[in-house]
Design a protein around this ligand. Structure first.
Ligand code: COA
Ligand code: AMP
Length: 645
């Protein structure tokens, strides 16, 4: 069994002592990080074990996340500094909000929620595009101690309904539309359809009317956002407990039902503040831009909470890396706002490379403020890393994390010590994370051996505190596999000098254009088609999106319908039930699926075949010939099609 050799590595002196301290003296380490924040009452205990064997951080501390992110900065002289810049190439608008402006907006949005009867602990679902009102809404919930659950706008009504039924919100906040490049997407019909589908009754739907499309409101349930906000009295912050719930964010698990990841106020605030200083190496007053969406954890942590808690200016970008209007848009935003640290997903950069391989569109822009560029959300391929390094001439840093962690777990941390960048590695463990790789039997592996990556308990602050309404799944998904460790679901190996190389998922979760999806969710929809006998959906490698879902479908006996028609129906079904972001546009009709003798579909083997990787024929296979058939089907009906494109 190997221990990380970080302690013996000469170049990692600063990092080594930081990391060592965080693991040897976690309470002292995190106490001093907690002291960086303004508490109304400092925690009585730093780390305490719960009755379910998990841990709480900062017990009995009193604080308010919205106060930390907004009021505090106004009180300490940052009121006139820009807090939020909304840059929307899709609407051709730009709006600036100082910390004072932000406070005013958030106070009134909180007043609006209070006026609707929302109280501490009530849930509020936010299904909104990337507009400032979304940020005001999240902060307003935090202000009054309500629990927000932001659902990404690319999910279809059925997925929204599942989340509504689970979170049981009192109120839904939405906008009249979203804008995807040049398409106006009406949101209100999606909400209406979701509420029709859901069992949980919602008291009110508050709609922010955008000028691109006005939604029809049905009183008394539906309310006009602006009208309520204007009439609302400004509301102060509620003092909450460190372990009170700040938000629930749904993420894909290995079943069709999403997991409601819970995050508390105290640990979250401490971890995010730590990350800004030590991981991203950014100072208060500087400009941080995470080009993601508030519907994902990256958006929660690094568009909204962390930059604001740290007193930075954050950018809310409503657009895409390409086509809004072209691949120069990221460079323009960085130049115009003098961005110091930038964060996006490799897929966004690949989209830019495709449109502007020589980065000619960057030429008119000056990026001299930019110090670091961070990438996450999926594996960073060498081509993307090298292109960025050559184009930017600054450190381009891959880092690894998950919705569950809420902040990076593996990184290269310029705020502590910038280490040499190693292609293929997401860096070294962040302070607080004690990582090991295990084999399928739960036996620790040696360095350079690939297996399941797990993290020793207790996890540092900011990590999930549970799964909403589902303690059994919390236990089963994360802690049953390896005793005393959090099971990440990712495979990895650790090099001799402690660098972590993430190699993929060990389960059926896929990452499509930086969006985490469950193949089980897509499979449920495909399987429900009247002509489908059985199916498997797997993630296959895609040059732009990293991965895309691919369906293998066996039709019922005697079906005479044109297979192309069936394929089209399946694509439409998945789009309508899961959402457009599933990008389900590839599906093969096959005679049979490869299975073990006990009937388990061999998805992993199919994935290897589709990706052209070497694979072993499992000894448990029922009929090895099926693998040859699948290979042939892929070659003739998919790979040849891709080559033609
Ligand atoms: N509301 C409604 N529809 C949405 C949506 C939203 N919020 N987000 C995406 N969609 C739709 C898109 O319009 C597209 O529809 P289409 O099939 O009609 O074209 C579909 O969902 C797929 O969207 P996407 O995966 O975003 O593909 P794309 O081709 O439009 O763009 C990228 C590709 C790579 C440019 C884009 O996905 C991207 O910028 N990804 C980065 C993601 C990211 O930041 N992830 C966070 C991790 S850091
Ligand atoms: P999400 O919960 O949506 O943030 O997705 C988390 C998953 O994305 C992880 O479990 C990984 O599988 C993948 N991921 C995120 N960042 C990276 C990275 N830097 N390298 C490789 N995979 C990553």
């Amino acid at each position: 069994m190997s221990e990380l050799n970080i302690y013996n590595c000469k170049i990692m002196k600063n990092y080594r002592s930081f990391y060592h301290n965080s693991l040897e003296n976690p309470e002292t380490f995190w106490r001093s990080q907690a002291e960086e924040l303004d508490w109304f009452k400092f925690p009585r205990e730093i780390l305490s074990e719960r009755t379910d064997g998990y841990w709480d951080w900062f017990k009995e501390g009193k604080l308010n996340t919205c106060y930390l992110a907004v009021d505090r900065h106004v009180n300490t002289g940052r009121g006139k500094q820009l807090a939020l810049v909304y840059d929307s190439p899709v609407t051709g608008t730009k709006e600036n909000y100082t910390y004072e402006d932000l406070l005013d907006k958030v106070e009134h949005t909180a007043g609006m929620l209070k006026g609707l009867g929302v109280k501490k602990g009530d849930r509020v679902v936010i299904y909104m595009p990337m507009i400032p009102q979304t940020v005001f809404a999240m902060l307003a919930c935090a202000r009054i101690g309500a629990v927000h659950s932001v659902v990404f706008g690319g999910f279809a009504p059925h997925e929204l309904a599942i989340r509504i039924d689970d979170a049981e919100p009192k109120v839904i906040l939405t906008a009249s539309c979203g804008i995807e490049i040049n398409k106006v997407i009406p949101y209100k019909p999606l909400i209406d359809a979701a509420l029709e589908d859901a069992e949980h009754p919602v008291e009110h739907v508050v709609v922010f009317q955008r000028e691109q499309l006005e939604a029809e409101l049905i009183e008394p349930r539906d309310k006009d956002w602006e009208r309520l906000c204007q009439a609302a009295d400004p509301v102060g912050y509620e003092i909450v407990d460190a372990n009170d719930l700040l938000y629930i964010i749904y993420t894909s698990g290995t079943t069709g039902k999403p997991k409601g990841v819970m995050r508390d106020h105290g640990g979250h605030a401490v971890a995010l503040e730590f990350s800004m200083k030590y991981i991203y190496g950014i100072k208060p007053g500087e400009v941080f831009w995470a080009a993601s969406d508030v519907g994902w954890v990256v958006g929660h942590s690094y568009i909204v909470y962390a930059p604001l808690i740290h007193g930075c200016t954050t950018i809310l970008f409503e657009g895409k890396p390409v086509k809004t209007p072209d691949a120069s848009t990221f460079w323009r935003v960085m130049d115009e706002n003098k961005v110091n640290v930038f964060f996006t997903a490799p897929t966004a950069i690949r989209a830019m490379i495709k449109e502007d391989p020589e980065a000619l569109l960057k030429k008119p822009y000056h990026l001299n403020s930019l110090r670091y560029m961070f990438l996450a959300g999926e594996r960073c391929d060498g081509g993307t890393l090298n292109w960025l390094q050559n184009t930017l001439d600054i450190p381009v840093i891959d880092h690894w994390w998950q919705t569950e962690s809420g902040w990076p777990m593996v990184a290269n941390m310029p705020g502590i010590e910038l280490l040499p960048i190693i292609e293929g590695s997401a860096g070294v463990p962040v302070p607080g994370y004690d990582m090991k790789v295990f084999d399928a039997e739960g036996i620790p592996l040696d360095s350079n051996e690939e297996g399941a990556l797990a993290i020793k308990l207790p996890l540092p602050p900011g990590n999930l505190t549970g799964l909403w309404q589902n303690p059994d799944r919390f236990e089963a998904a994360y802690f049953k596999n390896i005793h005393g460790y959090y099971y990440t679901g990712d495979s990895a190996y650790i090099s001799d000098d402690g660098h972590i190389f993430i190699t993929g998922r060990v389960d059926d979760i896929i990452n499509v254009a930086g969006h985490r999806l469950s193949t089980a969710t897509i499979e449920e929809v495909v399987a429900s088609h009247s002509e489908v006998a059985e199916c498997a959906v797997i993630g296959v490698a895609d040059i732009l999106k990293g991965q895309i879902p691919m369906g293998f479908v066996v039709l019922k006996e005697g079906i005479t319908k044109d297979p192309v028609e069936i394929q089209d129906e399946l694509y439409k079904d998945v789009r309508a039930k899961v959402g457009p972001i599933a990008s389900f546009k590839n599906c093969l009709i096959v005679d049979r699926l490869p299975k073990t003798r006990s009937g388990k579909i061999l998805r992993q083997t199919m994935r290897s075949i589709a990706d052209g990787k070497p694979y072993k024929v499992p000894s448990t296979i029922e009929d090895p010939v099926v693998l040859e058939e699948i290979e042939r089907d892929l070659d003739t009906n998919w790979k040849s099609k891709m080559m033609a494109v």
